[in-house]
Design a protein around this ligand. Structure first.
Ligand code: KIV
Length: 265
């Protein structure tokens, strides 16, 4: 099988084939993930929680993401690898370009991910015009946790839903080539997925999106918090890391995950 590129993912969206995405932060798990047939790896700033033990993603630095992306890239063979732009690393288009430069040149990432809608459009335009592939991130944005006042489902009110939809279309127009939707009602996620041509990857966003992403440690059941309602513990079901990863890829492809019980209304 050839390397996964953004063209592969566009083609999968057009063909209705679901895209399997997982986070990874090191070489050993990345080898397992590649072997399981995953499409995309996200070096998420969730590493602040699951690797570093922080309460939030806010303390994660650009250097941290560069380090973990390089760990992943050293052994990754086929997956498209996305690196997160951490909190306070993309405040202006110039700062974002400097950060993206480090994530791609030093870390080796193929794409960068930025949380935010309307306030990020100028930055996304700036990056896209300079050959930086960008993935947007809307809905629950963990870097805005203190503004949001907690980890809660977003987009439930009519106006909030309309704003997220508008942001998604705006991000595509600004040049974003992929989009993550986190913890929003399934119907809203479906509407957004139909409204844009770029692949839409959901986490707690129902099954009618183009693909799914989970935090690796969550689907292996080794996080410190109680199991989140939108997560399935694949390791408990399968008994081995490789079995869990393969079962996740299969469940995403077959739209068996997420099920009703992992979905917000
Ligand atoms: O940092 C991360 O792992 C993420 C996913 C939850 C989408 O942004």
């Amino acid at each position: 099988m050839g390397k996964i590129t953004i063209s592969t993912l566009d083609e999968m969206k057009r063909a209705g084939e679901k895209i399997a995405v997982i986070t990874s932060y090191d070489a050993s798990f990345t080898r397992q993930i590649e072997k399981a047939g995953m499409d995309v790896i996200l070096v998420g700033d969730s590493l602040g929680n699951v690797v570093q033990g922080h309460e939030s993603t806010l303390p994660v630095t650009v250097g941290d993401i560069v380090y973990h992306t390089a760990n992943v890239m050293r052994v990754s063979e086929r997956c498209l690898v996305i690196a997160d732009m951490p909190f306070m690393s993309h405040g202006t288009p110039k700062q974002a370009l400097d950060t993206a430069g480090r994530l791609m040149k030093e870390g080796g990432a193929h794409m960068v991910k930025i949380e935010g809608g309307a306030p990020q459009l100028e930055t996304v335009r700036h990056l896209a015009a300079r050959a930086v592939p960008v993935c947007g991130h809307l809905g629950l944005m963990p870097q805005s946790i203190h503004q949001l006042g907690g980890y809660r489902v977003q987009g439930r009110g009519e106006h909030e839903g309309e704003r997220i939809l508008k942001d998604a279309v705006g991000l595509q127009q600004a040049g974003a080539q992929m989009l993550v939707l986190e913890c929003i009602p399934a119907l809203l996620a479906e509407e957004i997925t139909r409204a844009v041509d770029i692949p839409v990857i959901g986490i707690g966003a129902g099954k009618d999106v183009d693909g799914q992403v989970l935090v690796l440690y969550d689907m292996l059941g080794i996080t410190m918090h109680d199991t989140l309602s939108f997560v399935r513990d694949f390791l408990a079901e399968e008994g081995s890391v490789q079995g869990a990863l393969r079962a996740y890829v299969d469940a995403v492809r077959a739209q068996a995950f997420p099920a009703e019980e992992h979905t917000f209304k």
